[in-house]
Design a protein around this ligand. Sequence first.
Ligand code: SAM
Length: 195
Amino acid sequence: MSKAAMCKTLGALFPETKGMPRAEVLYDLAKEASDGAIVEIGTHHGFGAIALASGSRDGAGVPIYTVDPSEPAFIWTGHTMYGQGDRAVLLRNLLEANVTDLVRIVGLDARQAWAAFKEDDISLLFWDIGISLKKPGMKEAIDEWITKIRVGGILALGETFGGHLGTDDYIADLVKMGTYRQKNNRYAIRIAERI
Ligand SMILES: C[S@@+](CC[C@H](N)C(=O)[O-])C[C@H]1O[C@@H](n2cnc3c(N)ncnc32)[C@H](O)[C@@H]1O
């Protein structure tokens, strides 16, 4: 599947989307993953998972584990969103996009799923749960995950265009600690590399 084919598929499944450049960033990052696992935290209806799987398909075929409990969550906009109904839409979308061979659905909260991965397993982690990292418990949750990213692996954080999710401060702290280096951010996705 080429990037153009991915955009066509996503355009058909998500006709209302304005986020195609975001899909292109995820496609590029996944295409560069040479082995290990790609993990997405926050699946919703599979837009990001399909983009990641498309890039991986055109790269090394690294599997995508996408983690989401599909339970109501209180997000940065001040609304409660999501629920079990999302899973049915997700399954349909993955089938339509023909990526079920690459995408593994993990129906758990981020903090529960973390234990299933070994240190150094992850070549690309895409964190995209729509909740600020400054909220209680969020920093602790992501801190656990980033220990599973291998040296040279990529941390990508979904952010809003208004920077509501606290990702810049989070990456700045990692850079200060000397564990990650900042890469060029693309289309509201904050990107850092483990060193
Ligand atoms: C912004 S949406 C994800 C969008 C998706 N990555 C995409 O590209 O279309 C946020 C998702 O994060 C999920 N979520 C919220 N809290 C979570 C948590 N603690 N662990 C895992 N997923 C969570 C929600 O259920 C929701 O489906």
